[in-house]
Design a protein around this ligand. Structure first.
Ligand code: ZN
Length: 274
């Protein structure tokens, strides 16, 4: 028999995804979300549900109230950053679990959707923390270790980003990502940071230039962290025939594959022939 080349692709047959991740939910997120919306970028915002009334000494330290999350972060992902932002690997295990699950509960109450992501506060995690996240139904968690690369993560609960927006390599990495045209692999660019850093460093131009440069590209999928996880989970469940002439998609979302360089949309709940 003649074997066919069958590959998993991102939606629309794309093979590159750009995702962003911003922490702490301070008021500069308002300006950042507006910028992302203008250029069609998608982000995951990791917030602390227990710090909104905390006193602050500088204006940029003010936090966005929970009541504003649903409207402000529409189209993006809101994820946990624990209730109070402790260095969780140092916490007694009951407290560590409570910091995660109570954050998730409060965010779900505010948003009306399930919350299944997290960024490690102060970058702190351990094998015990990862085990606890699994029990709390958390599907992805971001570290602060930059890979300076575009590989897909091997473990969503130890998800290493490409770089922080503070990295001196940001511009070079952005250009490299735009110029990636080989399609043998799926590629991800993942940038993280804190929106208030643009206030402190007085350099909003860094992220404005980035958004202008990276937005609106036909070959890039713009996705939140959980959209990537959910899509690849669905792609994993796709049942492709041995002859590669049809596939059944048991998930509730479309999954795209490439068969002999042709992009095929496998619609949810049906068999697609190709
Ligand atoms: Zn933080």
């Amino acid at each position: 028999m003649n074997l066919r080349n069958v590959y998993t692709t991102f939606p629309g047959g794309k093979h590159k995804v750009l995702t962003l991740s911003y922490d702490d939910g301070k008021i500069a997120d308002r300006r950042l979300v507006a910028l992302f919306n203008e250029y069609g970028l998608k982000g995951t915002f990791n917030v602390n549900s227990g710090l909104e009334c905390k006193e602050f000494s500088k204006p940029y330290e003010e936090r966005i109230p929970l009541s504003e999350y649903k409207e402000l972060y529409k189209g993006h992902e809101v994820a946990c950053h624990t209730v109070m932002h402790p260095t969780i690997a140092r916490c007694p295990k009951e407290q560590m679990v409570l910091q995660v699950i109570e954050d998730r509960r409060k965010l779900e109450e505010a948003l009306g959707v399930t919350v299944r992501g997290l960024a490690y506060p102060n970058g702190s995690f351990s094998d015990n923390v990862v085990d606890a996240l699994k029990a709390c139904g958390i599907r992805h968690a971001r570290t602060v270790f930059s890979t300076l690369g575009f590989g897909m993560p091997e473990d969503y609960l130890r998800w290493n980003p490409t770089c922080s927006h503070k990295s001196e390599s940001l511009l070079k990495l952005s250009e490299d990502f735009l110029n990636l045209h080989k399609t043998q692999y799926l590629y991800m660019m993942y940038v993280w940071g804190h929106s208030y850093e643009f206030e402190i460093d007085n350099n909003w131009n860094v992220i404005e230039d980035f958004a202008k440069k990276m937005g609106g590209k036909d070959d890039i999928w713009y996705a939140t962290n959980i959209e990537i996880v959910d899509y690849l989970d669905a792609a994993d469940r796709l049942q492709v025939s041995v002859n590669a002439d049809f596939a059944y998609n048991p998930s509730a979302m479309s999954v795209w594959i490439e068969v002999d360089k042709k992009h095929i949309e496998c619609k949810p709940g049906v068999i697609t022939s190709f």
